[in-house]
Design a protein around this ligand. Structure first.
Ligand SMILES: NC(=O)c1ccc[n+]([C@@H]2O[C@H](COP(=O)([O-])OP(=O)(O)OC[C@H]3O[C@@H](n4cnc5c(N)ncnc54)[C@H](O)[C@@H]3O)[C@@H](O)[C@H]2O)c1
Length: 501
C-alpha cells in the first residue's frame, strides 16, 4: 500500500492530524521536519539561519527520500513541511510513492493558530499577517495543483482526520478482526504467494485485461444469485485444493456480493479458515456487502441461511470497475448510498440529490463517503448489539417487498420503496417532518429509484413477510426510522398495517 503525505500551508495541522490518521490506520507516523532536525542536529530556524533556505531544501529532499525508503518499506503517514514539494523532483517523488493530501485553511484560521508560535517558522518571522498572505499567494497555484484537498477550518483535529481518511479512501476496521479498507486501484493489492482469484463470468468478460495483468490463477464461476449455493462453494473448495492452497494462502474475491459472500465462506471453512481479500466490483458490494465480515450462501429454503463471520484481510474498492456495471445494478446500489446518507451523512445525501448523471461522473467520491458511513457504524457496534440496526433503514419493509415481488425487484429498488414507506410512517407518527419525507422521495426519484409499493403486490403478503423475516413470535418489530437527514431512531412497532397505510 502506498504512503500518505500530508501537505499544505503552515498551521493547517499536518502533524496533529497526521498522528491521528496514523493511529487510526495502525501505521507509523513521521514528521519530516523532525527527521531533518535530527539528521542535522539543529532546529529548523537554526539551519535556516546558518545555512539558508536552499541548503535547508537540500536536507529536506534527502530526508524525504530516506523516509520513504525502498519500494517494500512499511506504509507510513508522512507530514511534510509547507514547502517540501516546491521542487518538482520532490513533488514527482511523493506522487510516485504515495498519495498527497493538501490541507487548506482560510487566512484567519492560520493566523490564529500561528500567532502563538512566532519563532518556530523562520519564513514567517516578522509581520505574520503580511508574510503569511504573501506566502499563500505565492504558493496558491502550487497547492492547487494537487488533486486531493480538504479544508480544515472550524473542525477539531479528530474531525479533520476522519475527513482526510474519507478523501483518501483509507480506513482500518477493528471489528471481529483487523482489516484495512482502501478505495484505490489494484496496485494496492499486496504481493501474495500461492493465491487464487475467484470471480464470475461477467467480470471475467468485462475485465479480462485487468485480471490477466494480475498474473494470478483465476477461477471463474457462473454469475448470479441462483449460483450462490453449496454446489458453487464445493467447486471453490475443490479448486483451492487442486491449486495447492494451504493454511498460509489467501484467496481474492473479485466480484459483487455473491462472489464476496461465497468466496469468504469458502475461505472461512477451507482448512479451518484461510485469509481472503475482498475486491468488490458492484456499488452494492463496495458500500455494503464487502464490509462487516458476513459470508455465506443460499439454500433452496431461503437466502443466506448458511454462513459465517469471517472478515477479509483487506477490502480494496476500485471505482473503475463500476464503469461496466449494468445501469440497473448501479441504480440499485444507489439505494444503499442514499440510506447511508440518511443515517449519518447529510453531505452524501446532498450529493445524491445531484441526480444520476452527476453520480455517474463522481462514483469514487460517492463510494468513499458511503463506505465511511458503514465503517463507522460497524466500528461503533461490531457485534450487532444495538446501533448497527440503524443500517436496517428501509430494509424491514424493503425485504418483504423484495420477497413478495419474487425478486422481480432488485434489492436496492425494494429498499428504496422501503425507505419511502418507512419515512412516510415516521412522519405520520410525528418523528420526521413532511419536508424530510419529500427530500427522501425526491432524491430517490432523481436516481430513478421507485418510491411506492407496486399496486400488484398484496399488502397482506408484505405484512406477513415482514413478520416472517424477523423473529416469528415477536410482538413488535424494530424499525430504523428517519428523523432528519443524518439521523435515524430505532423504534419498536406492533401495528404493521399502520406502517403501510
Ligand atoms: N455479506 C453482507 O453483509 C451482504 C450485505 C448485502 C448483500 N449481500 C449479498 O450480496 C449479494 C448481492 O450483491 P450484488 O448486488 O453485488 O450482486 P451480484 O454479485 O450478483 O452482482 C450483480 C450482477 O452484476 C455483475 N457484475 C458485478 N460486477 C460487475 C462489473 N464491474 N461489471 C459488469 N458486471 C458486473 C454480476 O456478474 C451480476 O450479474 C446478495 O447475495 C446479498 O445477499 C451480502
Amino acid at each position: 500500500m502506498t504512503h500518505i503525505f500530508l501537505y499544505g500551508p503552515p498551521g493547517t495541522g499536518k502533524s496533529t492530524i497526521g498522528k491521528i490518521i496514523a493511529d487510526n490506520l495502525k501505521i507509523p507516523f513521521i514528521d519530516l521536519d523532525r527527521v531533518i532536525e535530527t539528521n542535522a542536529g539543529k532546529t529548523i530556524p537554526e539551519i535556516m539561519e546558518s545555512q539558508g533556505e536552499s541548503a535547508f531544501r537540500d536536507l529536506e529532499s534527502k530526508a524525504l527520500q530516506e523516509t520513504v525508503g525502498h519500494a517494500f518499506s512499511v506504509t507510513k503517514v508522512i507530514a511534510l513541511g509547507g514547502g517540501a514539494l516546491l521542487r518538482e523532483e520532490n513533488k514527482h517523488f511523493a506522487q510516485a510513492n504515495g498519495t498527497v493530501l493538501v490541507l487548506m485553511a482560510e487566512l484567519n484560521t492560520l493566523l490564529e493558530r500561528l500567532q502563538n508560535k512566532p519563532n518556530e517558522r523562520p519564513l514567517l518571522a516578522g509581520d505574520l499577517k503580511s508574510k503569511l498572505t504573501a506566502l499563500l499567494e505565492k504558493r496558491k497555484e502550487h497547492y492547487e495543483s494537487f488533486p486531493l484537498k480538504i479544508y480544515v477550518d472550524n473542525k477539531t483535529a479528530k474531525q479533520n482526520a476522519l475527513k482526510a481518511q474519507i478523501k483518501l479512501g483509507r480506513h482500518h476496521l477493528s471489528a471481529m478482526g483487523e482489516y484495512d479498507v482502501v478505495v484505490g486501484d489494484l496496485s494496492n493489492l499486496p504481493n501474495l504467494q500461492n493465491t487464487i482469484i475467484v470471480t464470475d463470468e461477467n467480470i471475467a468478460k468485462h475485465h479480462s485485461k485487468t485480471i490477466q495483468d494480475l498474473k494470478i490463477k483465476t477461477i471463474v464461476v457462473p454469475a448470479g444469485e441462483e449460483h450462490k449455493n453449496l454446489e458453487t462453494v464445493h467447486r471453490l473448495w475443490k479448486s483451492f485444493l487442486e491449486n495447492g492452497l494451504d493454511r498460509k494462502s489467501t484467496v481474492i474475491a473479485l466480484g459483487g456480493g455473491v462472489i464476496g459472500d461465497m468466496t469468504g465462506f469458502a475461505a472461512s471453512t477451507y482448512m479451518r479458515g484461510i485469509d481472503w481479500i475482498g475486491v468488490p466490483t458492484t456499488l452494492l458490494s463496495m458500500v455494503d456487502a464487502s464490509l462487516g465480515g458476513k459470508t455465506g450462501f443460499d439454500l433452496p429454503e431461503g437466502k443466506n441461511l448458511i454462513g459465517a463471520f469471517h472478515p477479509p484481510k483487506l477490502v480494496l474498492a476500485d471505482a473503475q470497475f463500476l464503469k461496466t456495471l449494468p445501469e440497473r445494478e448501479l441504480i440499485s446500489g444507489m439505494a444503499e448510498v442514499v440510506k447511508h446518507g440518511i443515517i449519518s451523512d447529510p453531505e452524501l445525501f446532498e450529493r445524491c440529490n445531484n441526480g444520476l448523471d452527476w453520480v455517474k461522473e463522481n462514483l469514487e467520491e460517492i463510494v468513499k463517503r458511503a463506505m465511511a458511513v458503514k465503517i463507522k457504524v460497524i466500528e461503533d457496534d461490531p457485534y450487532e448489539k444495538n446501533i448497527r440496526a440503524k443500517l436496517n433503514l428501509g430494509h424491514t419493509v424493503g425485504h418483504a417487498v423484495e420477497l413478495v415481488s419474487k425478486f422481480d425487484l432488485r434489492h436496492g429498488e425494494a429498499i428504496a420503496i422501503g425507505m419511502a414507506v418507512e419515512a412516510n410512517y415516521s412522519a405520520r407518527v410525528g418523528l420526521a417532518s413532511r419536508s424530510v419525507v419529500e427530500a427522501i422521495e425526491s432524491v430517490l426519484k432523481k436516481l430513478h429509484l421507485p418510491t411506492q409499493i407496486p399496486t400488484e403486490l398484496s399488502k397482506e403478503e408484505i405484512i406477513k413477510a415482514m413478520r416472517v423475516d424477523k423473529k416469528k413470535n415477536a410482538k413488535s418489530i424494530r424499525f430504523a426510522l428517519p428523523v432528519e437527514i443524518g439521523k435515524v431512531e430505532l423504534v419498536d412497532v406492533d401495528d404493521l398495517e399502520a406502517v403501510l397505510n
